[in-house]
Design a protein. Structure first.
Length: 214
């Protein structure tokens, strides 16, 4: 299965990706995770991406498209993949269409998460991630057993740099301007599937599986 997770920051794309990857046995390709890893490792790409991710703006298309094109050619993508955070602009969606055509593939579904503004802000500002293993928590919705400590590996929890109120507001604004137009783009293509992602994660997951198949 080849699918795209579409939705505003904090909609629950990463949360559902963990479940979908396990269910369908395909890799999650998160452009946000790729940038954060490169920033942490101080690579050239990381240095270029940092100023954009930290301020909540989109990394320029030319830095994203080639990176995804290369990643999709790796062996683990042969039977499908789950794109999380890409495409994010019409130009990226058009470039992605060309990649699919070149690889003789088709996109099965665009899973679109619908969530209101207040919920997004509450989810983003309350998110905490494990520094060691990357596990995700929420201070109210999914708190760890011991405050600030990962249940899975005992690592320290931290807040993502772009999850402050000010940067989260900027990210949602950028989503509305640059990414929301993809809803119409994929509606026209016939691949869009809408989900109410205000619900509990288990319920959202069950609805996605019911829609896209076992
Ligand atoms: P990226 O990492 O893609 O971030 P994002 O799209 O802003 O999405 P998030 O990871 O913040 O949210 P999510 O939807 O995954 O929510 P989550 O499941 O964690 O991008 C970061 C930056 O990288 C961008 O700003 C940009 O600069 C750059 N970038 C990346 N891709 C790019 C591209 N293609 N082009 C250009 N630039 C790019 O959930 C959030 C919280 O809510 C968690 O705490 C979770 O526990 C909780 N939660 C989740 N679901 C539920 C639920 N159903 N009920 C209650 N709580 C829930």
């Amino acid at each position: 299965m080849r699918a795209v997770l579409l939705g505003p920051p904090g909609a629950g794309k990463g949360t559902q990706a963990v479940r979908l990857v396990e269910k369908y046995g395909i890799p999650q390709i998160s452009t946000g995770d790729i940038f954060r890893k490169n920033i942490k490792e101080g690579t050239e790409l990381g240095k270029k991406a940092q100023e954009y991710t930290n301020s909540g703006r989109l990394v320029p298309d030319e830095l994203v498209v080639d990176l995804v094109a290369d990643r999709l050619l790796q062996d683990d993508c042969a039977n499908g993949y789950l794109l999380d955070g890409f495409p994010r602009t019409i130009a990226q969606a058009e470039a992605f269409d060309k990649m699919l055509e070149k690889n003789g593939q088709k996109l099965d579904a665009v899973i679109n998460f619908e969530v209101g503004y207040e919920t997004l802000m509450e989810r983003l500002t309350g998110r905490r991630l494990c520094k060691a293993c990357g596990a995700s928590y929420h201070i109210k919705n999914f708190p760890p057993k011991v405050e600030g400590v990962c249940d899975k590996c005992g690592g320290e929890l931290e807040q993502r740099k772009d999850d402050t109120r000010e940067t989260a507001e900027k990210r949602i604004e950028v989503y509305e301007e640059s990414t929301a137009p993809l809803i119409e783009y994929y509606q026209k293509a016939g691949t869009l599937r809408n989900f109410n992602a205000e619900k509990d994660p288990a319920e959202v997951f069950a609805e996605i599986v019911a829609e896209i198949g076992e």
